[in-house]
Ligand binder design. Structure first.
Ligand SMILES: Nc1ncnc2c1ncn2[C@@H]1O[C@H](COP(=O)(O)OP(=O)(O)O)[C@@H](O)[C@H]1O
Ligand SMILES: C[C@@](O)(CCOP(=O)(O)OP(=O)(O)O)CC(=O)O
Length: 211
């Protein structure tokens, strides 16, 4: 699909917000990177709820922020305590990390690549009604294990990994077990859904696309 099909919004308000979730090593970062490249950096930005969390946690504990953003063991070493700290902050203010994550976003299409809790999804639906698309990335435990996942008690059986397992109506589910052709077909379908929803959003919010 050519990105020319997507209108360029003149408003600083997003026209579409893609709320991604998925288990560890399901491929959230991989899939969202591909979609953002297809939509171009001018049209679409990836926003991580974990980024402001990791930034503050790294500052408070004199840790390497860049390594916490990575996918290695360094991050895993601090995951449990970051979860604990993050949940404490959310209990005080459920939108705390959401507001920080979107603070500097200017593109018309936002990808929130790491939703984990119902409070994350609810915040975006309440702040941006009719503009959210919920996407789940799924992979088998075998595939996830091949990508380096190992079950961790207190993490893989807790809210951080299970908070969106039920009671969420996903608009689209991406099966990401490694077959490139299967993934490609799904990405094309999702891009079509994004286009149609963006057109609906423009109409609903009466925002005229640039000529
Ligand atoms: N469809 C795919 N094809 C090839 N590699 C993939 C695919 N999906 C995920 N990966 C790889 O698997 C690992 C985990 O993916 P990642 O996106 O980091 O998962 P998550 O963000 O859900 O924890 C990464 O090394 C990533 O490059
Ligand atoms: C404390 C966390 O924000 C850490 C999230 O780190 P990542 O988003 O890097 O995790 P994966 O990519 O799924 O492996 C989780 C939370 O419950 O807030």
């Amino acid at each position: 699909m050519n990105v020319e099909h997507f209108t360029t919004m003149t408003s600083t308000q997003p026209s579409i917000i893609l709320l991604f979730s998925g288990k560890r090593k399901s491929g959230k970062d991989y899939v969202t990177d591909v979609i953002q490249k297809r939509l171009t950096a001018e049209m679409c930005c990836i926003l991580r709820l974990s980024a402001p969390l990791k930034q503050q946690y790294a500052k408070d504990h004199s840790l390497d922020y860049e390594q916490l953003l990575g996918s290695g063991q360094y991050k895993e070493s601090y995951r449990a305590d970051m979860i604990r700290w993050g949940e404490m902050k959310r209990q005080q203010d459920s939108g705390f990390f959401c507001r920080l994550a979107i603070k500097h976003a200017t593109q018309p299409i936002w990808i929130i690549s790491d939703c984990r809790r119902m409070s994350d999804v609810q915040w975006f639906h309440e702040e941006f009604p009719d503009r959210c698309i919920c996407v789940r990335v799924e992979a088998s435990e075998q595939t996830r294990s091949q990508r380096g996942w190992r079950f961790a008690t207190g993490i893989d059986d807790a809210e951080s990994e299970c908070g969106l397992d039920e009671a969420v109506k996903f608009d689209y589910i991406i099966r990401n077990d490694g077959a490139d052709d299967v993934l490609e077909k799904q990405l094309e379908d999702l891009l079509s859904l994004i286009k149609s929803r963006e057109e609906e959003s423009n109409t609903l919010h009466n925002i005229k696309p640039e000529k």
